[in-house]
Design a protein around this ligand. Structure first.
Ligand code: S3P
Length: 443
């Protein structure tokens, strides 16, 4: 029996001030790509060998859901997973509810994939997932003919099987790769051609992987078109390191004098590199080398050295390309000279926590002049002090305040850090290895 992903113990980080980051490291595999690798290889024809898989709780929740639906999956072991695909119609009724823990990507993509199956499924998650909006996937899926029961668009979601889905033409009301991907997965099971229009470019890992596994998909400007009735062929998938996890070291090395860190084999898909564009505009010293392609995704080594940063108005076009990196970018802004202004980022309010509120509260507590706005934040660079902040169980908030310790005037204590395991299980070990004075305590 799987341990419930919803009941968790407490972990806190204690970070001593100062230090610098030195060394060469490889952060774990990309979370978004790890989810998609399991989902698509599970319904492919043939056996897929995955390398670089993220052994974090979110991606493991996806893996375990497919095991429950009858897919034979070997591993993970050192990032290696072997998936014995069951074909487009080979999934079977799970014995119980699928628990996706903290993972929004898992539940939203699975909704699309499972809406067109013959059997019923119930999807649930932890307290954070229970607060997040699911109407954004329920509404368009319902338009396609799916029947999904929920209490006001919140988990648990009850998906009725045996429904015939029809293709739709859908304009995404928000820039969301999760909603886009959900509809692409449902579109594979729908009659006709589903067309999705995005208001701004978002991560395109689903499109790339579908094409790489031989499923016809058309990308035409801001439209993605997929026709039902195709199939997927197994292939090797090498998952690059996650730029979202690399970000904590990119920001850490940028703000700490004397730092020089190289991050190996990081995914630099242009739909994910907003953080690099933003930090470069602020004056960061970042060099990209050894650019190559793996599994259809661009990767490179990223070297970061300390630099003096200046505050900027963050270009709105970069927001969806850096959406998961804002907690760390706010730390960079707190260490910059002058004011940084973020707008157009209301999506941050519905992530694993309300990231605008969580970061503004934490920064203020540490002595930084930061004000939350409805869709962003205004941060005046200053001196980070000391204190005890609450990550609200949000992995990226926890890691962002951890690297703030490099520039802090005193000890920073961060509560509620258990969910770092969802995306970066060896964060404390790697951070310690390159020079962050961080300790993990059971509370
Ligand atoms: C993801 C898309 C983004 C991102 C999330 C992962 C994905 O969410 O924040 O961490 O893998 O598709 P939205 O689509 O809600 O913006």
């Amino acid at each position: 029996m799987d341990k419930s992903l919803s009941a968790k113990e407490e972990i806190k980080y204690i970070v001593q001030p100062g230090g610098k980051l030195i060394g060469t490291i490889r952060v774990p595999g990309d979370k978004s790509i790890s989810h998609r690798a399991i989902m698509l290889s599970a319904i492919a024809d043939g056996v897929t060998e995955i390398t670089g898989f993220l052994e974090g709780e979110d991606a493991l929740a996806t893996l375990s859901a497919f095991r429950k639906m009858g897919v034979m999956i070997e591993g993970p072991k050192n990032g290696r997973v072997t998936v014995h695909g069951v074909g487009m119609h080979g999934l079977s009724l799970p014995e119980d509810t699928l628990d996706l823990g903290n993972s929004g990507t898992s539940i939203r993509l699975l909704c699309g994939l499972l809406a067109g199956q013959k059997f019923n499924t119930i999807l649930k998650g932890d307290d954070s997932l229970a607060k997040r909006p699911m109407g954004r996937v329920i509404d368009p899926l319902t338009e396609m003919g799916a029947v999904i029961g929920s209490d006001e668009g919140k988990v648990p979601l009850h998906l009725e099987g045996g429904k015939v889905l029809s293709a739709i033409t859908y304009e995404l009301p928000m820039a969301s790769a999760q909603v886009k991907s959900c509809l692409l997965l449902a579109g594979m099971y729908a009659k006709g051609k589903t067309t999705i229009t995005e208001p701004a470019p978002t991560r395109d890992h689903s499109e790339k992987m579908l094409a790489g596994m031989g499923y016809p998909i058309e990308v035409d400007g801001n439209k993605v078109i997929i026709e039902g009735g195709g199939k997927l062929s197994a292939t090797g998938i090498d998952i690059p390191s996650d730029i979202s996890s690399a970000t904590f070291f990119i920001v850490g090395a940028t703000i700490a004098k004397g730092s020089d860190v190289t991050l190996k084999h990081v995914g630099i898909n242009p739909t994910r590199t907003g953080v690099i564009n933003i930090l470069l505009q602020m004056g960061a010293d970042i060099t990209i080398s050894n650019e190559r392609e793996t599994g259809g995704e661009p990767v490179a080594d990223i070297r970061v050295r300390y630099a003096v940063l200046k505050g900027i108005d963050i270009p709105v076009g970069q927001v969806p390309l850096a959406i998961d990196e804002f907690p760390a970018i706010f730390i960079a802004a707190a260490c910059a000279e002058g004011v940084t202004v973020l707008t157009g980022a209301e999506e941050l309010r519905v992530k694993e926590s309300d990231r605008i509120k969580a970061m503004a509260d934490g920064l203020k507590l540490l002595g930084i002049d930061a004000s939350a706005t409805h869709d962003g934040m205004i941060i005046y660079g200053g001196l980070i002090g000391s204190g005890e902040v609450d990550s609200l169980g949000d992995h990226r908030i926890a890691m962002s305040f951890a690297i703030a310790g490099l520039q802090a005037g005193g000890t920073i204590v961060i509560r509620n850090c258990i969910n770092v395991k969802t995306s970066f299980p060896n964060f404390v070990e790697l951070a310690t290895h390159v020079g962050l004075a961080i300790e993990e305590h059971d509370d």
